[in-house]
Design a binder for this molecule. Sequence first.
Ligand SMILES: C[S@@+](CC[C@H](N)C(=O)[O-])C[C@H]1O[C@@H](n2cnc3c(N)ncnc32)[C@H](O)[C@@H]1O
Length: 200
Amino acid sequence: MKRSIEDHAARFSAVAAEYDEQQDSDEYGACASLVIEGADPGPEETVLDLGTGTGAIALALAPDAGRVLGRDISEGMLAEARQKAEAGGHENVSFGEGRFRTPNVDADVDVVVSNFAMHHLADEEKREAIETIAALEPRRFVLGDVMLSAAIPEGEEQYSPEVDDPATVGVLLETLTDAGFSVSNVTLVSDQYGVLVADR
Ligand SMILES: C[S@@+](CC[C@H](N)C(=O)[O-])C[C@H]1O[C@@H](n2cnc3c(N)ncnc32)[C@H](O)[C@@H]1O
């Protein structure tokens, strides 16, 4: 990680109130829709959303799932998510502190999702995170994120190289496969963004 967990948490808490209105890029919209569609939880299933932020994915999945757990490191983002859950009357969703490598979950999880969050980890840390997710034994993991499928010239990054550390699509596919997942769907939204659906 290029910044500590505490730095990332503080950075997101500082922008939490404006976060939702700033997510207006085509890439964000495309990835979020594909993650929601790919997760496809059943009415009895429990979904875990890692790096849930203000709960965009968790809350979109709530009507279809039995239960949704949102986990994040930023108290400010979690506070926004809780407010939205209450306003929307989503009683099957709860938000709490949890990290990719220590998700803080005490229930069986059927589907894990994560959108626009794992790129904060270095590749070796992503490997540990994906192994942690596999150990939860979900039937599916859907990852939407910054992921590189071409060399991006300096200055043309659509992410912040000083804080973000995206993996190549190849590294993610290899890591998922090593952890026991079978990747059933790869959608490259652009050469910097994509969504992977991985089944066990
Ligand atoms: C760009 S936001 C994405 C939020 C949400 N998933 C969405 O699609 O709008 C990234 C989130 O990841 C969280 N995050 C960063 N590092 C994390 C970690 N190691 N474990 C859990 N969450 C993390 C941040 O606090 C932030 O809320």
